[in-house]
Design a protein around this ligand. Structure first.
Ligand code: FPP
Length: 249
């Protein structure tokens, strides 16, 4: 693993990696287990992937842990997920601090149970001085929720007269998104094989490289993450320009 890490580090490491962690339920069902066993195992993967991202020098890792739509799952599964996230965060805080990892949260916290918000807020405060990887959890998050909320906040400024409609640019929108503290993702990984973006960071992934693997999240390994980064390093990012223009610049 050390050799792979050193080799990857000689190339371009994505500054921001976002992940749609999918396949927990399918993995569990394949083992004849309850779906929640997949989520439990998925928490171990979160730990492994946070570690490798940090070792590679990734600056931001955004994980889609719970979508707005996930509130519609059976109540027992929702409770399991909220409990798992809160307990894991509480348990891992000392290690996050030791590894210089800062926790951040994006999503509609008004829908989250109080105990989970408290755990997350405590970890955010306790890790706020870390200067290494920012681990950003998207919980109760969806892009349409975020964009609606953003539009509403911009509309209030227009109504108050502090912003003219003509002054609104893509920068205004970026600055009002809940992700305004991060650069856009360079690499979007989806596990579990489905070819869709599931209402995740729709504005922000405009120019992200997309990597989909059939591997289910509970068994997605450090090596799998390195493979995704290796694929990213082979891609030519053109941002709408021609290949020739990019190679000249
Ligand atoms: C998708 O699998 C996964 C989720 C809805 C939850 C992912 C959450 C975790 C792994 C826990 C995160 C913990 C921390 C500490 C951030 P699925 O259930 O949709 O799987 P399926 O597509 O096979 O049904």
């Amino acid at each position: 693993m050390d050799t792979i890490i050193s080799e990857l580090k000689t190339g371009n490491i994505p500054e921001h990696v976002a992940i749609i962690m999918d396949g927990n339920g399918r993995w569990a069902q394949k083992q004849g287990l309850d779906r929640s066993a997949g989520h439990v195992r998925g928490v171990d993967t979160v730990r492994q992937i946070t570690e490798i991202a940090s070792q590679l020098g990734v600056k931001y890792l955004t994980l889609y842990a719970f979508s707005t739509e996930n509130w519609n799952r059976p109540q027992q599964e929702v409770d399991t997920l909220m409990n798992l996230i809160a307990t894991a965060i509480e348990r891992e805080t000392p290690d996050l601090i030791r590894n210089n990892v800062r926790l951040a949260l994006i999503g509609d916290t008004s829908r989250m149970p109080q105990f989970a918000i408290e755990c997350l807020d405590r970890c955010i405060a306790d890790t706020s001085r870390s200067t290494g990887l920012t681990l950003c959890l998207a919980i109760s998050y969806s892009s349409r929720w975020e964009l609606t909320d953003t539009m509403r906040r911009i509309a209030v400024k227009v109504k108050e007269g502090t912003l003219e409609p003509e002054q609104i640019t893509d920068r205004t929108i970026k600055e009002n998104l809940v992700t305004s503290f991060m650069p856009d993702p360079d690499l979007l990984i989806r596990t579990g094989g489905d070819l869709r973006v599931s209402n995740f960071l729709l504005w922000q992934i405009a120019y992200s490289e997309i990597y989909v693997t059939d591997t289910f999240w509970p068994v997605f390994s450090k090596l799998d993450f390195c493979n995704a980064v290796a694929h990213f390093q082979k891609r030519e990012r053109r941002f709408g320009l021609t290949g020739e223009q990019v190679r000249k610049s």
